[in-house]
Design a protein around this ligand. Structure first.
Ligand code: FUL
Length: 443
């Protein structure tokens, strides 16, 4: 074969692979991550004592001295709130390490507080069956090697230390915020090396960053995902931290995105990421938190709710109260199923067009008072549904109708008014291949 025919063959092959779009599937680790869709974030460090949002790395280590630190209390609150895990800021941008790292001199070991907080939290999580996750800021405003190639070794060594001492680590969080280090230099991160190391040390760990590889940032810190939310993202040509896709694309994902990278909504229960005494009256209310739940989990994303411990090393009473209110609201929608005993008719898709018109039709013997509907796609076959018609009827007469776009892990549809209904019908208008829905629920 001469060079020309090889080139032609390659071009044909390339054109074919472009034309045959394959819907990316989640890994097993991602499927488990979808199931555990609500968990806590905890920002804790020198900023808890200085009131700063971003420490500059010059804070004296002695200031870090919580008087009553109790990671069992954090876990109790998380459990009672229905959260499935905790992700802790092992190191924020100020470089202070909540564990006595061999690769830093700015740690709990040098502070007034000598205890290893990562060890304590990992043990508390294990005791009560919570997942344990770690936020490790690549940006480090304290480390003397930051801005040089040697810092890549430091970051790799820290990752190794954390995974070996405190694993299993369920989710690893890489923050996109990035700036200069103490010597005024920017760092060139060796992302490939970091990622390969984590994959080797712990293949099941979910790696989060603005562009994944396993979970993506949702594009805002206010607590909502796009109404249309694809678990797919095109990342080619983008870089972590700088030059990520637009915040809108992060919120909606890409319809034909090349990679399975679902969205995680990170938002704080308080005005800032760290606890500040002056803000105890500004904790979000149960109603505000529930709205966040509906607009994150209810739009198919995971919810990472930041509940930062205070300077005592405890979760403040006001946060606990708001979380209790949230839990009872969640239970009111997740723990009831008015269509549990409804008869179900499933009309398969049109054979000539498997993408269209799958219908699920639920029938009750007597009317139920309905406030909302919960739909879930079975994601092991990929995310497929692009548009669906949802309607409720009372003995054949329509009382509610809405057209929605994506469903994904979960779609919660809150009705504008409570209605009496005997029938629920879900008609798929458009899907990428055969749609697979789990049994619908109503509350
Ligand atoms: C941001 C950080 O700069 C904030 O301090 C916080 O940690 C938030 C979750 O991510 O990028």
């Amino acid at each position: 074969m001469n060079k020309l025919s090889i080139t032609i063959l390659l071009l044909i092959f390339f054109a074919n692979t472009q034309a045959q779009y394959r819907n990316p599937l989640p890994t097993n680790a991602q499927l488990k991550w979808h199931k555990n869709n609500f968990y806590f974030f905890m920002h804790f460090g020198p900023n808890t004592f200085t009131g700063k949002e971003w420490g500059d790395g010059n804070e004296k280590t002695e200031i870090f001295n919580p008087s009553q630190l109790n990671t069992d209390q954090w876990c109790k609150v998380a459990k009672e709130s229905g959260a499935k895990g905790i992700i802790i800021t092992a190191k924020h941008h100020d470089g202070f390490c909540l564990w006595p790292s061999k690769y830093s001199t700015h740690t709990v070991r040098e502070s007034g507080f000598k205890r290893d907080i990562l060890a304590e939290l990992a043990a508390s999580c294990k005791k009560v069956g919570l997942l344990f996750g770690v936020y490790l800021s690549p940006w480090d405003r304290n480390h003397p090697e930051y801005g040089t190639e040697k810092y890549n070794d430091v970051f790799v060594n820290m990752l190794e230390e954390i995974f070996q001492k405190y694993g299993p680590i369920w989710e690893l969080w890489w923050d996109g915020a990035n700036g200069e280090g103490p010597n005024g230099k920017l760092q060139v991160y060796d992302w490939k090396r970091y990622e390969q190391l984590v994959r080797k040390l712990s293949p099941q760990t979910i790696i989060f960053s603005d562009i994944g590889p396993d979970a993506r940032w949702v594009g805002n810190e206010s607590g909502y995902a796009g109404k249309t939310n694809w678990n797919l993202l095109d990342t080619a040509g983008y870089k972590r931290g700088h030059g990520a896709p637009s915040q809108d694309s992060l919120g909606t994902g890409n319809y034909k995105g090349a990679n399975y990278i679902p969205a995680e909504v990170d938002v704080s229960i308080r005005p800032g990421w760290f606890h500040r005494n002056g803000e105890n009256e500004k904790v979000k209310t149960a109603e505000q938190l529930f709205k966040i739940y509906l607009e994150s989990i209810g739009r198919g994303a995971n919810l990472l709710l930041n509940v930062p411990p205070d300077a005592r090393g405890l979760i403040h009473e006001n946060d606990i109260n708001a979380l209790k209110g949230l839990k009872s609201k969640i239970d009111q929608i997740e723990k009831v199923d008015l269509f549990k005993n409804a008869a179900l008719n499933e009309a398969g898709p049109d054979k000539n067009n498997p993408k269209k018109n799958s219908t699920w039709y639920y029938m009750l013997k007597s009317p139920a008072t309905i406030k909302g509907i919960i739909l879930e796609e079975d994601l092991k076959y990929g995310q497929k549904i692009a548009s669906a018609n949802i309607s409720l009827s009372l003995n054949g007469e329509q009382v509610f109708q809405e057209t929605i776009t994506t469903i994904g892990n979960k779609r919660i549809i809150l009705l504008p008014n409570t209605v009496q209904a005997t029938e629920l019908s879900i008609v798929i208008n458009e899907a990428k291949g055969l749609p697979v829905l789990k049994r619908a629920r109503a509350f």
